[in-house]
Design a protein around this ligand. Structure first.
Ligand code: ATP
Ligand code: F6P
Ligand code: MG
Length: 342
């Protein structure tokens, strides 16, 4: 058999570990060859093929990023290219394609499956917002990086009796903010799932300083927004790939806090630091297991599916089910944080 593999959407620590695992297990268990397609779906539209073998996959387990490159392609352009995709796969002799990506890549994979292309999806994203899997690889790494950064912000904020806002990634889901906030003992966590009230934020800051505390740390997910009418908020429209353009919610909130209560605020935006570099041991293991089980599913003809972590087991779920909804932070999980720091 011949397997195709590509990485789509934003990169994520652990992508190379999946690629290595697909290559090794296809070779060792089934004697199959693997071809990679560079730069996400663009690789299939433009036949950017790259032969992969055990030697090429050597030493990439610990490397961040993706040796195949990644890209975003306008969804309409991709759908218009269905015949080209089929032709590329036929010409390269691919029996089953393994796309590794976030909700967009997996939605495209599900659509390909509906159109008769054999695929087995692998979920990736630091945002941890793919439904049907308990976790995605990359999330643990991103939370570790954010936690380390916030730990450091605590001491400098204390020294200057400042309010420090740390903006972390999380387009639609606040999982990184929630976990990094809990792990680092932040005083407030703002997530996209629950618009914040600036009056309440200012009241919390004032109350903390009034009782003699020396600093205030808030973790703000990049996708968080103020409640309607709560403050003036600059929005950035939609980019060519259908994603909201962010305009720096933490910076805007910081300016508003300074204006309202006169506390000195500093903002740190962690950005792509959260996505770069080597994956944690946890993410290496999860990515490796996903790659192995995706290769096995492909060889068993169990296509139209996505590998998923359920408890400690790797299972398969239909791509159509996994891409119906995003997995967002539940009110119960948010309540845990509020009850702790309130
Ligand atoms: N509804 C769709 N139909 C067809 N193709 C799609 C669809 N949604 C996304 N895609 C394709 O999948 C690509 C990757 O999607 P997207 O940019 O959302 O990244 P992702 O895989 O969700 O990863 P990230 O977590 O970084 O967002 C898109 O650039 C587009 O080519
Ligand atoms: O690297 P880009 O294309 O700016 O994408 C950033 C987005 O990708 C993610 O890292 C993963 O979905 C989000 O957290 C973030 O909003
Ligand atoms: Mg996406």
């Amino acid at each position: 058999m011949r397997i195709g593999v590509l990485t789509g959407g934003g990169d994520c620590p652990g992508l190379n570990a999946v690629i290595r695992s697909v290559v090794r297990s296809s070779d060792n268990l089934f004697g199959s060859s693997v071809v990679g397609f560079r730069d996400g779906w663009r690789g299939l539209l433009e036949d950017r093929a790259m032969e992969l073998d055990v030697t090429k996959a050597d030493g990439i387990l610990t490397r961040g990023g993706t040796i195949l490159g990644s890209a975003r392609v306008n969804p309409e352009v991709f759908r218009d290219g269905l015949e080209t995709v089929r032709e590329t796969l036929r010409a390269r002799g691919v029996d089953v394609l393994i796309p590794i990506g976030g909700e967009g890549t997996l939605t495209a994979a599900s659509w390909l499956a509906d159109n008769g292309v054999p695929v087995v999806g692998v979920p990736k994203t630091i945002d941890n917002d793919i439904d049907g899997t308990d976790l995605t690889f990359g999330f643990d790494t991103a939370v570790s990086i954010a936690t380390d950064a916030i730990d450091r912000l605590h001491t400098t904020a204390e020294s200057h009796q400042r309010v420090l806002l740390c903006e972390v990634m999380g387009r639609h889901a606040g999982w990184i903010a929630l976990h990094a906030g809990l792990a680092s003992g932040a005083h407030l966590t703002l997530v996209p799932e629950q618009p914040f009230d600036v009056d309440e934020v200012c009241a919390m800051v004032s109350a903390r300083f009034a009782r003699g505390d020396q600093h205030f740390i808030a973790v703000v997910a990049e996708g968080a927004t103020p409640k309607e009418g709560s403050m003036e908020f600059r929005v950035g429209g939609i980019d060519e790939f259908g994603h909201r353009r962010f305009t720096g919610v933490a910076q805007q909130l910081g300016e508003e806090i300074e204006r309202r209560i006169g506390k000195e605020v500093r903002t740190t935006v962690l950005g792509h630091v959260q996505r770069g570099g080597t994956p944690t041991a946890f993410d290496r293991v999860l990515a490796t297991r996903f790659g192995l089980h995706a290769a096995i599913a492909a060889h068993e003809g169990r296509t139209g599916q996505m590998v998923a972590l359920r408890g400690t087991d790797i299972t398969l779920i239909p791509l159509a089910d996994a891409t119906k909804h995003l997995k967002t932070v539940t009110p119960e999980r948010l309540a845990e944080v509020v009850s702790f720091f309130g």
